[in-house]
Design a protein around this ligand. Structure first.
Ligand code: ZN
Ligand code: ZN
Length: 499
């Protein structure tokens, strides 16, 4: 490319970016998110201005890996793919992509010759913690089976360590967890887990997912088996059906490991000591039936018995001025009538256009009855189901925290209160600014824990805070928490007790 043409391309890219910023906040966000994604997963170098050509090349490489039509365009299908649940590990080592990508190198061959491996045959593992809603017996069985899967086709053997000197440690974390900003977990969806290549021996799982070992929710068994693959030294596979392909998949009916997975582990750890009858042996999927994803049929009939927000923490909760209770989780919301009837799950986006899935906080203003939603640094305001002009808006620019924990309308102050970590913010809905002298310390709310998941103002006068399986009621008269307990069992108005 000539110098002149390159300048022309950069100029046109700058033009596109500047047009985006004045035309549509959403499009600019998409571009920024796409760049962040391409950096995170190894398609672009960090902290650099990219030419249009570099960006297109990175998009092409990503499209190729994701089995999308390769054209270098950041089209809808490509952006959508970037939002699908996946492993948080890079797709390929950066240097390989930066020097051309899959069109120039045979990167699969390289995958098998990497030196990152264990130099012993027996490895021990340890499960440091797990979500409260999973039974320890079931979890340990799933972890054992996931290791066994790899042991069946290699010379490796595994056992759970009694002490704390295990080779491989598995743990669940929220958000940033001391292994660098790049590895910070991103809430439900997106990156589900990541691991470290030998011989660091760690796999981390996003605590914000609703993990499951028996159906509804994220199939933990599949993700365990995938991340364990990384701890043994395997990189991502470009084969769509391989367990080691980067995107989350449902558990297959026949086999968990694909031919490519087996080949990869056997290149690292020769098969001596493994079943050597010339046949690749692995457990057929039916032995793992207890970890299977539920079929659509099953999950439909099950929502009739108990709504899925009852299975683990929901994203947000609020009452409207007609005393209908709304519970948000993932892409769905449920309505509970004042008489306690629970609706079928509905798609949030069908009622509130442009509202993203997995919102972080929501509230109805007691002064005007409008719906407020918060996610990341942005906020949405709807009158009924109509998005108001000027929204979504970068509320983080107005002084609100990014990724708020929860929001509620607080009558005594006549405004929305937004909670984040150990602080709270009073948000004036008219001026869209944080009131003077805020944020203030959460100590003002005696007994309310940090980082709650949801909160609401109950018509009975109490404010309810939710975190994990617990809830707290806050008494507005003496500004103290008065009771606490387990919401699924204690709060019948949440509609979870018929399960
Ligand atoms: Zn992975
Ligand atoms: Zn981590």
């Amino acid at each position: 490319m000539t110098h002149r043409r390159m300048i022309a391309e950069i100029c046109s890219l700058l033009l596109i970016i500047s047009l985006c910023s004045c035309m549509d906040l959403g499009a600019e966000d998409d571009l920024q998110n796409a760049k962040a994604f391409l950096v995170k997963y190894g398609y672009l170098e960090d902290e650099k201005d990219y030419s249009k050509t570099q960006l297109a090349a990175a998009v092409r490489n990503f499209q190729w890996t994701a089995h999308l039509p390769v054209n270098g365009d950041l089209n809808d299908a490509t952006v959508l793919q970037m939002h699908l649940p996946r492993c948080g590990m890079k797709d390929v080592s950066q240097t390989k992509w930066l020097h051309g990508g899959p069109f120039y190198t045979n990167h699969r061959r390289k995958r098998y010759t990497m030196k990152s491996k264990w130099y012993k045959r027996h490895l021990t593992y340890q499960i440091l913690n797990w979500p409260w809603y999973l039974s320890s017996r079931q979890l340990r069985h799933a972890v054992k089976a996931a290791f066994q899967l790899w042991g069946n086709v290699s010379s490796l053997t595994f056992s759970e360590a009694a002490g704390d000197s295990a080779d491989i440690r598995l743990a669940f974390f929220d958000g940033e967890h001391n292994d660098g900003a790049r590895h910070a977990f991103d809430g439900p969806g997106g990156a589900l887990a990541h691991a470290f290549f030998p011989r660091r021996g760690e796999a981390h799982f996003d605590n914000a997912e609703h993990w499951s070992l028996n159906g509804k929710g994220r199939n933990l068994f599949v993700v365990l088996a995938h991340e364990i693959g990384h701890t043994l030294g395997l990189q991502h596979s470009s084969f769509k059906n391989a367990l080691m392909s980067p995107y989350y998949k449902k558990l297959g009916k026949e086999y968990v490991l694909n031919f490519d997975d087996i080949l990869a582990i056997q290149m690292l750890y020769a098969t001596e000591g493994a079943p050597s009858n010339g046949k690749l042996v692995q457990r057929p999927g039916k032995d793992f039936s207890m970890f299977e994803d539920w079929s659509t049929e099953n999950s439909e009939s099950s929502t009739k018995k108990t709504s899925s927000y009852c299975q683990s923490m929901f994203d947000a909760i609020m009452w409207d001025l007609k005393q209908t209770l709304y519970i948000f989780k993932g892409r769905n919301y449920w309505m509970i009538s004042p008489s306690g009837n629970v609706s079928e799950p509905q798609l949030s986006q069908e009622r509130w256009k442009k509202l993203p899935a997995f919102i972080e906080a929501a509230a109805v203003s007691g002064s005007d009855g409008k719906f407020y939603f918060f996610k990341g640094g942005r906020c949405w305001r709807y009158k009924g189901s109509r998005l108001e002009v000027g929204f979504p808006r970068k509320c983080s620019d107005d002084g609100l925290p990014r990724h708020p924990d929860t929001a509620l309308y607080f009558k005594p102050l006549g405004h929305l209160v937004i909670f984040k970590g150990d602080k709270y913010y009073v948000f004036n809905e008219k001026s869209l600014t944080v009131e003077p002298y805020y944020p203030r310390s959460l100590q003002d709310w005696k007994g309310v824990p940090h980082n709650t998941n949801a909160a609401l103002n109950h018509p009975n006068g109490f404010i309810y805070f939710f975190k994990g399986e617990n809830y707290w009621t806050f008494n507005q008269a003496n500004l103290k928490v008065s009771t606490s307990g387990k919401w699924m069992q204690d709060l019948s108005w949440l509609g979870c007790q018929n399960s």
